[in-house]
Design a protein around this ligand. Structure first.
Ligand SMILES: NC(=O)c1ccc[n+]([C@@H]2O[C@H](COP(=O)([O-])OP(=O)(O)OC[C@H]3O[C@@H](n4cnc5c(N)ncnc54)[C@H](OP(=O)(O)O)[C@@H]3O)[C@@H](O)[C@H]2O)c1
Length: 310
């Protein structure tokens, strides 16, 4: 297949491009500056400079590549694109990513339609953002929590837009869990190492994790199978913060996390951090395993943090 990867140099893109090439596909992958072209070529793809927020730039790049499938992996979460992480003002930190998930998605879908591309696969998110009522583990049939009234709300609305627009066009949205592995989640890891990532309250809030290599392999399957609908791309082991955070600290060579009460965490890191760690809901991967035939190299973060963190 000819595959167009929008965002070919990020945590997913840099794994997805070589995995697609190894399966015999021809890949065009994008970066926002000429400096990134060499990286794409080293991954085995053909590089193109594209601004996902510029409709004309997107239209030209997709038309020139003449792909069978378009994959949306554009985010702007790294410090290079978004500045320093700011959990308390998540809406500001995520502002460029929110635009890529709304305007960027619309530009890609329009470019795909104009070029006669019938299949689109896009990145979604499923870690702690399951509906904060009922059981701790959610399926694709359960709605995501929109975190209304918090700094996460705009980001969650943008994710909802990706899901509505892409599935409405007959494509697939892959809700990746919290990504880890070389080059992934390093800001968070740095905080854990400095003991600045505390356990909040009872630490009962759940998260889902997935190694970035496994997230990329699920994406290859969704591309090859022309998958439709929403899939949770998470490991087998959704777990409370009170379980995964101390293990992450051990695997990162750090001292155990400090514990702080919710009121203090709210003051320091904001409402979203408290909700995530005390009320967050994790996700089931049963649909992806069953329908895509996805097999994970790291079925649990317990093994993954120990063996696949760096
Ligand atoms: N589910 C999750 O947990 C999750 C998901 C995504 C990211 N993250 C985390 O966020 C951090 C940064 O992620 P990342 O390394 O993937 O980098 P990133 O800064 O989010 O960039 C991702 C991709 O989007 C491209 N991009 C950025 N702005 C664009 C624009 N205006 N138009 C078109 N493309 C654009 C980048 O291109 P260039 O940089 O080449 O210009 C890159 O290819 C990592 O720690 C990662 O683990 C977590």
């Amino acid at each position: 297949m000819r595959v167009f990867v929008a965002g070919g140099t990020g945590v997913i893109g840099q794994r997805l491009v070589p995995q697609l090439v190894a399966r015999g596909h021809r890949v065009t992958a994008t970066t926002t500056s000429a400096a990134g072209l060499g990286a794409v070529e080293r991954l085995g793809g053909e590089g193109v400079v594209m601004d996902g927020l510029d409709a004309e730039s997107v239209r030209e790049a997709v038309a020139a590549a003449r792909p069978d499938v378009v994959v949306h992996q554009m985010t702007a979460i790294s410090t290079a694109h978004a500045g320093k992480p700011d959990m308390k003002h998540m809406d500001r930190w995520f502002a460029p990513t929110i635009r890529l998930r709304t305007e960027g998605t619309d530009h890609l879908l329009a470019a795909a339609a104009a070029a006669g591309v019938s299949h689109v696969v896009a990145q979604g998110y499923a870690s702690w953002n399951g509906l904060r009522e009922g059981g701790w583990v959610k399926t694709e049939a359960d709605p995501l929590d929109l975190y209304e009234g918090t700094a996460a709300h705009a980001g969650m609305e943008a994710l909802r837009h990706v899901e509505d627009a892409v599935t409405g066009a007959g494509g697939a949205v892959l809700r990746y869990g919290g990504l880890y592995g070389p080059g992934a989640g390093e800001d968070q890891l740095a905080l854990v190492r400095k003991r600045q990532f505390p356990l909040v309250g009872d630490g009962a809030g759940h998260s889902s994790w997935v190694h970035a290599d496994d997230a990329a392999s699920a994406t290859v399957l969704a591309v090859e199978q022309r998958a439709k609908g929403v899939f949770n791309i998470v490991d087998d082991d959704p777990a409370p913060a009170g379980a995964w955070l101390p293990h992450l600290a051990v695997c990162a060579g750090a001292k155990p996390p400090v514990r702080v009460p919710a009121w203090l965490a709210r003051l320091l890191a904001g409402e979203v951090a408290v909700a995530m760690m005390t009320e967050g809901r994790g996700f089931s991967n049963a649909r992806a395993r069953r329908e895509l035939g996805w097999e994970l190299r790291y079925p649990s973060w317990r093994q993954g943090f120990a063996e696949g963190l760096t």
